[in-house]
Structure formats: C-alpha cells, structure tokens
Write a protein that binds this ligand. Structure first.
Ligand code: AHN
Ligand code: ZN
Length: 335
C-alpha cells in the first residue's frame, strides 16, 4: 500500500514537471506558429543574375542577345531544377507578322500534386517608346527592371530550392515567358487596336492554352514584373485582387510580418494587363502580379525608367531584389 502511494505520488510529480506550462497571460501565444527553416535569399546573387541578362544586350526576339540569353537561362535552370522544358511556340505580332518564341520552364518536385507557379518575362522591349529623348524612341531597351529583375529573383529562388529542397508534396514551376513586351509602339497603339486581341503577353497567352504538362493545375501563381527599382511601391494590383485576393492577402501579410509594410501597401493599385491575365482567365490559376506602380511618375503608371533607355542595370536596387526574394521564399517554404 505504501509503495503504491509513493509510485502514484511520483507519477503525479513527473506529470506536473513534464506538462506544458499553463498560462493565462494573453501575451504568451499558446499555439506558436510552426516554425520552418527558410533559406536566406541572396540579393547580390539575384543582382548578378539581372546583370548577366543585360550584358547580352536587349533581349529582343529574333536577335542574337535574345538567343544567347535563352541558352543561358536554360542552362541556369538546368543547374537547379529537376527538369527544364523549353517550350517553342509560334505567335503573331500586332502587325500580323508570325514570330517564334520560347517559354523556359524549370520544374521542382515534378510528382507533387500541390503546385505553385512563379513567373516573369525574359524578353525585352524592342523600342524605348517612352524615352524622353525623341531620338531614342526606336532603340531597344535593356529591360533591367522590365523583365530581367523578376527573372533574376526567380533564378536566385531556384538556386535556393536546390540548396534546401522543398518539402515533399510541394512542387514549384518557374516559368520565364517570352514575348511579353512586343506590343505596338506607343505612336501606333490606336492604329493596331483590336478589342479581340491582346498584342502583349504572347508567351503567357500560349502557355495558358498549352501548359508544359497536359491538364496542368496549380494552387496559385505569382508574377513578378518591375521588382528591381529603388523605393518601390507595390499596392495590390487591381486584377490580382479581383481574381486572386486571397493570394495577394497572404503575400502582403507575410511582407508586413517581415517589416516591408512601407513598400507593400494595402492600397488597391490600378489595373495592369500583364502575363497574369491569361493565367487567371484562360488557365484558371489564381495569379497575382507584384509590380511597381508609380502613379506620380512621368508616364503616370510605372517607374520613370519604364520603356526608356534608362531601364538599365544602373537603376537596379539590390535591396528591392532582396526584399521581394525574401517575401517569396517565406511564402513558399511556409506553404
Ligand atoms: C501595358 O502597358 C500594355 N502593359 C503593362 C505590362 C508591361 C509592359 N509590363 C512590362 N511591360
Ligand atoms: Zn514593358
């Protein structure tokens, strides 16, 4: 009998010592967020990836820099992804010319059912039609911000996915769209206007109709466009909020937790026709566009360098690349 009491007393004592501390203190969170390790996004590495793209020269379809950059992007994704697919497609420019394009796709965890698509466009605009100097308005641009910045961030993400593999069950597809920025020259927009046809975003229009995997479905998508300028302003773009509010809200919440509230504003941004539209409207993938919107700029919409010769590596800010990359890695590894 005495022995039994000792054993019971010992058992109670043990239970009291190993049990979770109970508290009514509202400042103590009783169910802490499950913590996962998120790799450190390297902004210098992303910057180098942006610089490399611009070093080929403007990546205008049918030119040598475009072909060289395609080869480099394919090799780079090949270093990091499980599978790389170069999707050759034929499309039609605003003036009726047929044109070949290439979407370049890196697949991570191909067997995972739950998938997220991350995308950016890799071509650059054939004319600086918003350049303040009239003499430049038919010269192709480097597109360091308009195109290369998003691609650079996603290449650095790819490098991280290889270094710290994603959990089993989560798959990522990185898609670099071609022919986003070959819309008509500013002076010819009315001449070529056709309410039935979108002359921009040709690569994403093709991919949305013919994804790299038959019957492809993704949980959601994130498009990056002009994510490398200093002092960016990322409100919630209008179509993104219309088609995929829960995705914007999730991403913006994470950005705020990380201390980036001054740049990721909760305001509703203007509507932008970009590569996310075909994903939402044709592929049925809820997709947001993280895009720097500057209603006070010279063009009243995008950063001042937009579609000018000043959209070059000198106007790329490492800390913006780092901030956007940091948000993306947190969203993905915590998924
Ligand atoms: C138009 O201005 C038609 N679309 C904005 C999408 C874009 C252009 N993104 C980069 N360049
Ligand atoms: Zn553009």
């Amino acid at each position: 009998m005495k022995n039994h009491l000792i054993i019971i007393a010992a058992a109670l004592l043990l239970a009291a010592c190993t049990g979770k501390p109970k508290t009514n203190d509202p400042n103590v969170n009783p169910t802490p967020k499950k913590t996962v390790t998120v790799p450190q996004f390297n902004a210098d590495s992303a910057y180098q990836y942006v610089a490399q793209q611009t070093q080929y020269g403007p990546r205008v379809p049918l030119t040598e820099p475009h072909a060289q950059c395609a080869e480099w992007l394919t090799a780079k994704l090949g270093d990091y992804a499980d599978t790389v697919i170069v999707q050759d497609f034929r499309s039609r420019l605003y003036d009726g010319r047929g044109i070949d394009g290439q979407n370049i796709i890196g697949v991570f965890n191909p067997e995972a059912k739950k998938r997220i698509v991350l995308c950016a466009h890799w071509d650059s605009r054939p004319f600086a039609d918003h350049d303040p100097d009239e003499a430049n308005t038919h010269t192709p641009i480097d597109g360091a911000n308009d195109g290369a910045s998003g691609v650079g961030i996603l290449l650095e993400c790819a490098r991280q996915f290889k270094a710290m593999p994603l959990r089993e069950g989560l798959g990522i597809d990185i898609v670099f769209f071609d022919l986003e920025d070959y819309g008509p020259h500013q002076e010819e927009t009315l001449q070529y206007y056709d309410e039935e046809v979108n002359h921009w975003a040709l690569g994403s229009q093709y991919w949305a109709k013919h994804p790299h995997v038959y019957g492809y479905k993704a949980y959601y998508g994130i498009l990056l466009d002009m994510v490398g300028g200093a002092n960016p302003n990322f409100p919630k773009e209008y179509y993104s909020q219309g088609y995929a509010a829960w995705v914007s809200n999730k991403v913006w919440h994470r950005a705020h937790d990380l201390g980036y509230r001054p740049y990721f504003s909760n305001e509703l941004g203007t509507l932008i026709s970009d590569d996310h539209l075909p994903l939402n409207q044709t592929a049925g993938i809820p997709t947001i566009d993280i895009i720097d919107l500057q209603p006070e700029s010279s063009n009243k919409c995008f950063p001042d360098v937009w579609h000018t010769l000043n959209d070059n590596i000198e106007h790329i800010d490492r800390s913006t690349l780092g901030m956007v990359g940091d948000v993306l890695l947190h969203v993905i590894y915590e998924e």
